[in-house]
Design a protein around this ligand. Structure first.
Ligand code: PHE
Length: 352
């Protein structure tokens, strides 16, 4: 501020004001500092602005030149403050974004990377094993018709085996005509309708049963189905395939055995058991001391099933098998309660 206006406004006075203002600009670390420095020189009562008053006291001949000097200085300073303000604003924006960025991993305990569900991992490993044995992978719908889920599988209406499936029906079409598939076996039907033999396929997927959740049951779980249809397929092929798969998947210390059973869609039928993976056959609580645990069902494709899909049972024979993926994971990893597979509790999921 100039207290006593000098009758001369020389360039060095303006230069000094400009130099001070640029030094203040360079010092301003924040936008507020910068605005204060700008106001001090260019504001209504700023140093440069007040020099305007001097112009009025000058001789007519000097006014024009003095006015030009002041205007040029003002223009340079305005540009310099503007550029600096932009730079500070950009910096502040970046800092704000950094501060506001939500780092979700910081709120998680333990390992911070997600992973596939244990059931998905198990399904992938099973698919790999079967693909290695020459099978292809196929899928079918979870909403099924009664015909695919039951009737074509040799379970006509009122067949007693139906009651064992605790079916969840949908309100769609005729009553009890549409359901959530209770097993992956209907995919066998779809496959045989879709393509002529030979067929070597596994069919993984989710199935549903009206079960109350407990340590060994959940109303939705996953199965993997197997189907082979070719000329001259025998029960020996079935037994050999199950045993080869068991050793390939679990390792050579685990083998499989078959025990007679009943399924409407296979004849003869068997349940297959594998060496208990917890005690490796010595006998423990999980296997009730027997050394074996049941894994799934299997058998030779029933002629009535071939008839339903139009395959000639005189020319073709085949076998099918099916087992629970969740149950297998439960056994392999010694999981006491199946419900944790769906709970999404990080203390559990982070272990796999
Ligand atoms: N679908 C049967 C079940 O869910 C298992 C099975 C599949 C049995 C294929 C025999 C052949 O219990």
């Amino acid at each position: 501020m100039i207290d006593t206006p000098s009758p001369h406004l020389d360039r060095s006075t303006v230069d000094a004001v400009e130099a001070r203002a640029l030094a203040a600009l360079a010092h301003a670390a924040t936008l507020e500092d910068l605005r204060a420095a700008q106001a001090a020189v260019l504001g209504k009562r700023g140093e440069l602005t007040e020099l305007n008053a001097v112009i009025g006291t000058l001789a007519d001949t000097d006014r024009k030149a003095a006015g030009a000097v002041l205007n040029e200085a003002r223009a340079r300073l305005t540009a310099a403050f503007g550029a600096r303000a932009e730079a500070l604003e950009a910096g502040a924006r970046t800092a704000r974004l950094d501060a506001e960025r939500l780092d979700l991993t910081e709120t998680l305990p333990g390992p911070q990377r997600g992973s596939l569900s244990l059931v998905t991992q198990t399904r992938d490993a099973l698919e790999d094993t079967f693909v290695g044995m020459g099978f292809v992978v196929a899928e079918g719908p979870e909403v099924e018709s009664d015909w695919h889920n039951f009737e074509a599988l040799n379970m006509p209406p009122a067949h007693p085996a139906r009651s064992g499936f605790d079916t969840l029906y949908l309100e769609w079409g005729e009553q009890e005509s549409t359901l959530l598939r209770t097993h992956t076996s209907p995919v066998q039907i779809r496959l045989m309708l879709d393509q002529p033999p030979p067929i070597y396929a596994v069919m993984p997927g989710r199935v549903y049963r009206k079960d109350t959740p407990d340590a060994r049951h959940t109303p939705s779980f996953s199965q993997i189905e197997g189907l082979v249809v070719d000329r001259g397929i025998s029960f020996g092929d079935l037994a050999g395939t199950i045993d080869t798969f068991t050793r390939a998947y679990f390792g050579p210390q685990i083998s499989a055995r078959l025990r007679p059973a009943y399924f409407p869609f296979t004849e003869p039928s068997a349940e297959f058991e594998i060496t208990c993976t917890i005690c490796e056959g010595a006998g423990c609580r999980t296997c009730s001391g027997t050394g074996w645990v049941e894994l799934g069902g299997c058998g030779m494709v029933h002629p009535n099933v071939f008839a339903a899909v139009g395959i000639d049972p005189e020319e073709w024979t085949g076998f099918a098998f099916g087992f629970g993926i969740d149950r297998l994971a439960q056994m392999r990893y010694a999981i006491p309660d199946m419900r944790v597979l769906a709970d999404n509790d990080l203390r559990f999921t982070a272990q796999f």
